[in-house]
Design a binder for this molecule. Structure first.
Ligand code: XUL
Length: 556
């Protein structure tokens, strides 16, 4: 793409180290996808014995971790697979990546040395098996640090104050509360840790053979960074653990070069010495880049292991719910996001229980049942939920004397729905919650929605999104927007480095986008206004019931 001054024969490699897999996407200089690979943690690395990529601790409520070394071995495997395909590593101009947000990695004292002297004749896993002081990384699904969250909020002056300072109230899965928990419960492990990385900066560290900085965007998901100044917040550090700043290293913008590529990759895979490693970031921020969200009227809905809703805002408004991060491809704007822990694994559970384990039957049920589900509302929490903060449990209600105008009607709780209604209650419930919370957070009504993630391939779900939000729904060519976004950010970082400064991503603002792998296509058009207003009433009813559940059972 000559106008963007990227040499025609260069390639950009983007990864996504997510909950269940490590994926890779290769883009050429025209931003066309020319290769993809995937390593599934459960099936390709069975010796770690994970289920869905994680360990759920049967003894400690809410403790969910993943073996750190598994991510290292996944990188070995994916690179070997590319090698077997005769992939021309030498053409890669830059590498970057996404990782599940918030997960943290604890490097043992002395590991910097191991990282800086990697032997290209050996695999990474063979050299790094003794590099971690905590062998099982707390991940984004963990919610075992509620006590530490409350203690940090109290030390800072309250939840809203922490949100003002760092972009979010304290969340169990955030690195700050997790670090405080390790400091409190295993002080000797904390002492023996020389560096704490996020999964994103940990993966970048493997590429540069040294400790990579934490990027500003993923760093905002720790409850440790001052979101205005983009520096570690002294008060947040003090509220978390002593001597922390030294263990965290530095922060850097997402477009920055993390470092030169370690010679390991040059010698083992024939990468070019000039290949740049661009800062890795969180999967959601990179999806924002991969979906080319660029105006406040755009809203993304990602339906994956976690479900997320995100958009761009021009300002940071402190709030008790949702999360605010710097925009990874802009220096002025913010990314605002809602996160649900009960995403694809909960949909799979309902599919298995109610639809004979078949997505076709699941979709038939959505087709057979009427919009609004005859006033049946369900809450399905197979895991402790983040939004709202409710424990595991299913709650089902039917609105009494349900009619098209049901504002103010009462509801009664029931033990079960028939299978088709259960499927619709699950899908509509999640989407109504997304709309309700997005509105509460002050996000403007979307002008268009871009859907991504595995479940965005289901046209019945897209049709419900269009009816519930009342706007057109677009999809992308490949639902794996996080590794695509990472490859795009590799190209962006390369360009910024070439220009010697930050430059806005040129291809986000041009019609050339339509010809690239990043283009979106219209999948569903906004439906009927009458139905939209009925959904508005149902959404209010749902939030009202949800508030009651939170008062009775919630973690806050
Ligand atoms: C975001 C979050 C999840 C993970 C999933 O806050 O916790 O979406 O990033 O990988």
């Amino acid at each position: 793409m000559e106008d963007f001054s990227i040499p025609q024969n260069s390639l950009f490699l983007g990864f996504d180290c997510s909950t269940q897999s490590l994926k890779a996407t290769v883009l050429d200089a025209n931003l066309t996808i020319v290769g993809t690979e995937i390593v599934n943690f459960d099936s390709d690395l069975p010796h770690y014995k994970t289920k869905d990529g994680v360990y759920r601790d049967p003894l400690i409520n809410g403790r969910i971790v993943s073996p750190t070394l598994m991510w290292v071995e996944a990188l070995d495997i994916i690179l070997e697979r590319f090698k077997r395909l005769n992939f021309d590593f030498a053409k890669v101009a830059a590498v970057s990546g996404s990782a599940q947000q918030h997960g943290s990695v604890y490097w043992k004292k002395g590991s910097a040395k191991i990282l800086s002297s990697l032997d290209h004749k050996k695999s990474l896993v063979d050299q790094l098996h003794d590099a971690f002081s905590v062998k099982e990384s707390p991940i984004w699904m963990d919610c075992s640090s509620t006590q530490q969250c409350r203690a940090i909020e109290e030390a800072i002056g309250g939840a809203l104050e922490l949100s003002r300072l760092t972009g979010s109230v304290a969340h169990e899965r955030y690195a700050g509360p997790q670090i405080r928990k390790i400091f409190e419960m295993q002080p000797e492990v904390y002492r023996d840790t020389e560096r704490i990385s996020l999964v994103s900066s940990f993966m970048a560290s493997l590429w540069i053979g040294g400790y990579a900085c934490t990027d500003h965007t993923d760093g905002a998901g720790m409850n440790l960074m001052d979101i205005q100044s983009r520096e570690w917040s002294k008060v947040a550090l003090e509220a978390t653990a002593p001597g922390l700043e030294e263990k965290l290293g530095k922060l850097a913008p997402a477009h920055a070069v993390a470092g030169p590529l370690a010679s390991y990759y040059v010698d083992r895979y024939n990468f070019s010495k000039k290949c740049l490693v661009i800062q890795w970031s969180g999967d959601n921020p990179n999806s924002l880049a991969g979906l080319t969200l660029n105006t406040p009227g755009d809203l993304a809905i990602s339906l994956g292991t976690s479900d997320t809703v995100f958009g761009i805002a021009n300002y940071h408004k402190p709030s008790l719910e949702g999360h605010v991060f710097p925009n990874p491809v802009d220096t002025e704007t913010y990314m605002v996001m809602l996160v649900y822990k009960n995403g694809s694994l909960t949909r799979e559970d309902v599919r298995n229980r109610c639809a004979n384990g078949s997505w076709d039957v699941f979709s038939d049920y959505l087709r057979q049942t009427p919009p609004l589900n005859g006033g049946k509302i369900g809450f399905y929490y197979k895991e402790h939920e983040i939004l709202p903060p409710l424990p595991v449990g299913f709650h089902r209600y039917i609105l009494d004397n349900y009619s098209d105008s049901h504002a103010g009607v009462n509801e009664h709780e029931v033990a079960q729905f028939d299978p088709p209604s259960e499927v619709r209650a699950l899908i509509e419930g999640q989407l109504l919650s997304m709309r309700g919370h997005a509105e509460r957070l002050g996000l403007p009504p979307p002008k268009r929605i871009i859907a991504t993630g595995g479940a965005s391939a289901n046209i019945c779900i897209l049709s419900s999104i269009a009816s519930i939000f009342g706007c057109d729904v677009y999809t992308v060519q490949r639902p794996d927007s996080a590794s695509l976004g990472a490859a795009l950010r590799a190209a962006h970082g390369w360009l910024c480095n070439e220009k010697g400064n930050f430059v806005p991503i040129p291809w986000m603002y041009t019609d050339k986008l339509e010809k690239t792998s990043l283009s979106c296509k219209l999948a569903e058009t906004a439906g009927d206004e009458e139905l939209l207003s009925q959904y508005t009433l149902l959404m209010k009813k749902r939030l009202e019931i949800e508030n009651r559940l939170v008062q009775k059972l919630g973690r806050r």
